[in-house]
Design a protein around this ligand. Structure first.
Ligand SMILES: [Zn+2]
Length: 81
């Protein structure tokens, strides 16, 4: 099988605390729409940023494929300033 694999990583971001931390890694299902899966994981983890990395094979480092931003999941403390 030569099909590309994609891994979604959810990030916890706080501009106030200068935080940018990865939370969870998810193997994406190639038969399901990528946006749908990313939306679901962002909602599940309340992640304002989700990055999708492309994995060509197990021994290679992943390349950033796409970055998603979800303003609705931005941490609440930034709005209080
Ligand atoms: Zn914050």
């Amino acid at each position: 099988m030569s099909s590309k694999q994609y891994v979604a990583v959810t990030y916890d971001v706080c501009k106030v605390e200068n935080l940018f931390e990865d939370m969870n890694h998810y193997q994406l299902e190639p038969s399901i729409n990528m946006d749908e899966q990313v939306n679901q994981y962002a909602k599940q983890d309340i992640a304002p940023v989700v990055r999708v990395y492309e994995k060509r094979n197990a021994n290679q480092t992943s390349n950033l494929y796409k970055e998603y931003h979800f303003k609705e999941y931005d941490c609440s403390c930034s709005s209080e300033i």
